[in-house]
Design a protein around this ligand. Structure first.
Ligand SMILES: [Zn+2]
Ligand SMILES: [Zn+2]
Length: 569
């Protein structure tokens, strides 16, 4: 018997301040969902977590501008986004938020331990203070010009050239909340993470990992000149209070606590949802358990340097079976653009995930997005391609299911026929099915989701072709047994396709399972069933109705325009 596989599947934590658009969704959340669903079909043990990233200055700034508390803001937004992911059939085991007790305690204990292990030191630095607002101005509380490119920049980063900045480096800076320049330079103590001490360990970790050459290069470039120590505290009220002696009125920098959410979310799931704390140990400390992170390509350093660095510092001095596992792998994509350009909320360019499901049910979008997943290069959402994709889903997959089942109902009284002897064409189809299953399995394993779906569609095409060449409608009077064989094989193929498609279009697959009278079997060892023809002769099937609708581009565009006219945010 093969060893049971265990996975922690995670997607980047969406920042609570904005609804994700289609590009955000395919880059992390949806891809992670497909992989988690695939692993479950294989009978692997899976916990799939993520949550809203709720701290940091953007939330504090935005709440201040709306004249509400940050708590009120996040409560509303978290519920909205969580509901959306449910509507999109994202199969999280725990979609949580960083503003919760378990996460707070976990983060504070974690940093206490790192401090005890000698990885935290204190340094005084020059910071900016708004005398008008009586507020320190870290990160996004302050804006000005970038000292490198002159572009508009915030206290933590320049969006134009992408450089990381400190507030004090900005030129012509002003307070983000009052817009004034009544700012003084003052000194403040901050707590730093001693990354230089971890350099060697991190270098080994990168070089011995199974990461893509691209990810390894990005990390090596980053490490090349040494990893700088980083301040883990901020002068803010909104966030997780720093647990260090003398660090009153300071919080942990949002980047350093949000990544720990991957760990605390599993802990919360084990404690609150499963009521079994051993599951936390099982997934995070058992050495066979593997964690995979579906993240944007601009997020690699944080997941392969900063996060493992924190774990190394935490693990030091712990017995082997208490150590947290290091990340096993990351999966990144290139970018999905919108009609050749960037998504832009202010210019009303693009489709956000709440808008999308007002236009069409999620399976259509899931199918399209995976079909166009930017795996090797940037791809672009094009309405015309979207229409083609929907046509393909209907014509190749939907129609195959519908015509086979309708033909079976009419000629075999809704009963799966007994197969007779196979001829060459039958044998060819069977061998093609087996080859495709193997190929699709390895593509899913490598998280090449676009290619996996491509092969599934190609297999469905093969099924259509087989049925057309066989022309059973001409044979039904003279050779019913032969027709029985054709339908028997096609029904097996429908079931096989539905299992292969299950991660991508789960709702439609549920319908196919119910048409085949297999509703109660969904999620039960389904991947193993691919190897034998699981639908027995004599089984009843249900009356088929078309799985998908065919949509005209004009119709969809009309809905889209209406939504955009409504949107005044
Ligand atoms: Zn710049
Ligand atoms: Zn101010």
């Amino acid at each position: 018997m093969t060893e049971e596989r265990k996975w922690i599947v995670t997607s980047a934590w969406p920042y609570i301040n904005a609804v994700p658009h289609l590009g955000n969704l395919i880059g992390s959340v949806l891809s992670a969902d497909i992989f988690a669903r695939y692993c479950r079909l294989k009978d692997d043990k899976v916990v799939f977590v993520s949550g809203s990233d709720e701290h940091g200055t953007p939330v504090a700034v935005s709440a201040m501008q709306k004249n509400i508390t940050p708590e009120e803001l996040i409560k509303k937004n978290h519920k909205y986004i969580k509901d959306l992911f449910e509507k999109w059939e994202i199969s999280y085991d725990n979609y949580t938020e960083t503003h919760n007790d378990i996460h707070f305690k976990f983060v504070q204990d974690f940093f206490k331990r790192i401090e005890e292990n000698g990885y935290i030191f204190v340094k005084e630095e020059v910071v900016l203070y708004c005398k008008n607002c009586n507020l320190y101005l870290p990160d996004r509380f302050i804006e000005g010009k970038c000292p490198f490119c002159g572009g508009k920049a915030r206290g933590d980063q320049c969006d134009e050239c992408g450089r990381l900045l400190k507030p004090i480096q900005l030129i012509d800076y002003y307070c983000k909340s009052c817009g004034k320049k009544n700012i003084e330079e003052t000194k403040s103590k901050h707590w730093y993470m001693d990354f230089p001490r971890l350099e060697e360990k991190l270098r080994d970790f990168i070089e011995n990992g199974t990461f893509t050459p691209n990810a390894i290069n990005i990390c090596k470039n980053f490490i090349k000149d040494g990893i700088p120590a980083r301040a883990v505290t901020r002068d803010l009220e909104w966030g997780i209070p720093a647990p260090f002696e003398g660090a009153d009125n300071k919080v942990i920098y949002v980047w350093f606590e949000a990544v720990l959410g991957y760990i605390s979310a599993v802990k919360e799931w084990a404690l609150k949802i499963k009521d079994d704390e051993t599951l936390f140990h099982y997934f995070w400390k058992d050495k066979d358990s593997k964690s995979v992170y579906f993240i944007g390509k601009d997020n690699i350093i944080f997941h392969l340097i900063i996060f493992p660095g924190l774990i190394f510092a935490y693990n030091e001095g712990l017995p082997e079976n208490e150590k947290l596992n290091l990340p096993f792998d990351i999966s990144t994509t290139e970018f999905l653009m919108y009609e050749g350009g960037k998504f832009s909320k202010s210019q009303k360019r693009g489709i956000w995930i709440d808008e999308a499901i007002e236009i069409l049910p999620p399976d259509y979008w899931r199918y399209y997005l995976i079909r166009n997943r930017p795996e090797l290069k940037d791809t672009s959402f094009q309405w015309s391609e979207f229409e083609n994709s929907l046509g393909e889903l209907n014509d190749i997959i939907g129609n195959f299911v519908h015509r086979i089942l309708t033909f079976t109902k009419k000629n075999f009284n809704s009963t799966v026929p007994e197969p007779g002897a196979y001829d060459d064409l039958d044998e060819n189809l069977i061998s093609r099915i087996n080859k495709s299953i193997q190929k699709i399995e390895s593509l899913y394993e490598e998280i090449k989701l676009k290619s996996a779906l491509e092969e599934i569609v190609s297999l469905a095409r093969e099924g259509n072709k087989y049925f057309n060449i066989k022309e059973p409608w001409h044979l039904i009077d003279e050779d019913k047994e032969k027709v029985g064989t054709i339908l028997y094989l096609c029904i097996q193929l429908i079931y096989i396709l539905s299992i292969l498609l299950c991660p991508v279009i789960p709702n439609s697959v549920k319908k196919i399972f119910s048409l085949l009278n297999r509703s109660e079997d969904i999620g039960k060892h389904n991947w193993n069933e691919l190897n034998d023809f699981a639908i027995q002769p004599g089984n009843k099937i249900n009356k088929s109705t078309p799985l998908f609708k065919k949509y005209k581009l004009k119709e969809l565009m009309k809905k889209y325009k209406k939504i955009k006219e409504k949107d005044n945010s």
